[in-house]
Design a protein around this ligand. Structure first.
Ligand code: ADP
Ligand code: MG
Length: 478
């Protein structure tokens, strides 16, 4: 059934094609195992106004997908159809128990189970071939050799090296690596594992058992073990390892029984003199975990990976370009290091795109080609608009005082522009609702939410107003 959306006719075949593309993108972004485990059971239900509804069969899956992939889903939908502002993830079809706890989780998982069991349940480590399992989980590029060291990461690197050389050394257990997205936490953990695997090959009769797992996989395994009444085996397996690495520990949050299990395993291993390495995007004290677990996590070595500097970014690019064997002019590398400051993953992605493009078309990498190939990416990075700028432009446009953006005045002639400014702040910056509220005279995040909804509504009803807001947006973006 065709629906009208922002003056455009959106028919269901078009939407279906968009959804198929989004699924495809997600699949390639997260990889097969993750996709099959968490995302395959999403069902597109409908598009209404600016909201898309997607169903998942259980509450557990819904919460999981929402926490882990919600914003990505939003972004992907928006890139397919800019009119879409929200993706509503709902529990659809199957029952949705309200009580939490191991039994219910297990039941939920059983309901969520696809026809064939997810790949990792039949993984070979169940047949005690821990080595192949580990190798399959490790990225061959993530070695110490492939890690470029600079001021922001030298401490974390040194700690990781140390643990790889001598696991369970005093003062380095547990090793807690933390830092923002894409700064090299996973890379360093894999590097430790590779190093130990390499050593195992030349070592004597007793090789070290190394296990690397993401926190989500840990949870998933644990839940699967509950389901198949094999928690004892699961615990035994974990307790037999010499080095246990758990990546992205922040995802263990709020899952009571897995947290509990992790805590016990953790204590047991540390007390038995086994090495633990964990990573997280937050420091131990900032993690949303039980206090006793936080204390435990912070009692070994805590090393943070700082945001990159220009020098580090440049040297990473130089190393990777040299490795790819494609000549990239220094000017281009400097340009990228200057422009893409967010994280190493994006930096790498940009360079890979350039190199792929050059290979594909048999053309040299030049600054012009860089502008062309990375047009959309660079534009996104240019568009770092500040809330100050937005407030200033909007106040100017409507002829009100800048101070009224944060004043308590509620008269329509100041309240409306203020709402427009909040709306634009939400659209054009990556600030959260509470952060935006704070900048507008310490207002509550619900006020911002209301403003965004109100402006959307008005834009739909009032063409002149919509043009006005669009004009402001273009002014700010230019
Ligand atoms: P995190 O786990 O912290 O989110 P990753 O370890 O996955 O980040 O790193 C993201 C990408 O950036 C990976 O491809 C990784 O190899 C690369 N990377 C990060 N830091 C470095 C570095 N110092 N040297 C080389 N590559 C790096
Ligand atoms: Mg990581």
């Amino acid at each position: 059934m065709p629906t009208t959306e922002g003056g455009e006719i959106v028919d269901s075949t078009q939407t279906a094609a968009q959804w198929a593309r989004i699924r495809g993108r997600l699949h390639s972004e997260v990889g097969d195992v993750e996709y099959r485990t968490w995302l395959r059971q999403m069902t597109f239900v409908g598009l209404e106004g600016e909201e898309v509804t997607v169903h998942l069969p259980t509450r557990f899956l819904r919460d999981w997908v929402s926490a882990r992939y919600g914003s990505r889903l939003n972004a992907l939908w928006q890139s397919e159809n800019p009119a879409i502002r929200r993706v509503d993830l709902r529990v659809g079809g199957a029952m949705a128990p309200i009580v939490s706890g191991s039994v219910v989780l297990a039941a939920e998982l059983a309901a969520a189970e696809p026809e064939a069991p997810p790949a990792d349940l039949t993984a070979p480590e169940d047949r005690a071939d821990a080595k192949t399992d580990l190798a399959a989980a490790l990225d061959p590029r993530f070695t110490f050799d492939g890690f470029v060291v600079g001021k922001p990461n030298e401490f974390a690197y040194a700690c990781a090296r140390r643990v790889a050389e001598q696991p369970s050394a005093h003062g380095f257990n547990p090793l807690f690596l933390y830092g923002g997205v894409g700064l090299g936490k996973t890379h360093l953990m894999h590097a430790i594992a590779w190093e130990l695997t390499k050593r195992n090959e030349t070592a004597g009769p007793v090789p070290l058992v190394v296990t690397y797992m993401s926190a989500e996989k840990f949870m998933y395994r644990f839940i699967a073990a509950i389901r198949s009444h094999s928690t004892m085996e699961f615990k035994e397996q974990l307790r037999n390892v010499d080095v246990l690495m758990i990546d992205d520990l922040q995802f263990l949050i709020g899952k009571d029984n897995t947290q509990e299990e992790f805590f016990h395993t953790f204590n047991y291993l540390v007390e038995a003199g086994k090495q633990i390495v964990v990573s997280s995007d937050k420091s131990p004290s900032d993690l949303d975990l039980e206090d006793r677990l936080k204390t435990r996590l912070g009692c070994g070595m805590v090393a943070d990976l700082h945001t990159t500097t220009y020098e580090l970014r440049l040297s990473i690019l130089e190393t990777k370009a040299a490795r790819a064997g494609v000549p990239v002019p220094t000017k281009v590398l400097e340009y990228l290091a200057h422009k893409i400051t967010s994280n190493v993953r994006e930096l790498e992605g940009a360079l890979n795109r350039l190199i792929a493009h050059a290979n594909l078309f048999g053309r040299a990498v030049t600054l012009e080609a860089t502008h062309e190939v990375l047009h959309d990416l660079l534009k996104a990075h240019d568009r770092r608009i500040s809330i100050d700028e937005i407030q200033k432009k909007v106040a100017e446009h409507y002829g009100i005082r800048l101070t009224d953006m944060s004043s308590a005045r509620r008269a329509r002639q100041v309240a409306r522009p203020r709402q427009v400014a909040m709306y634009l702040a939400k659209q054009l910056t990556s600030r959260s609702l509470p952060e935006i509220g704070k900048r507008f005279g310490n207002r509550d995040h619900t006020t911002v939410m209301h403003a965004v909804a109100r402006v959307n509504e008005l834009m739909e009803r009032d063409g002149t107003f919509a043009e006005d807001v669009e004009l402001l947006r273009r002014l700010l973006e230019s």
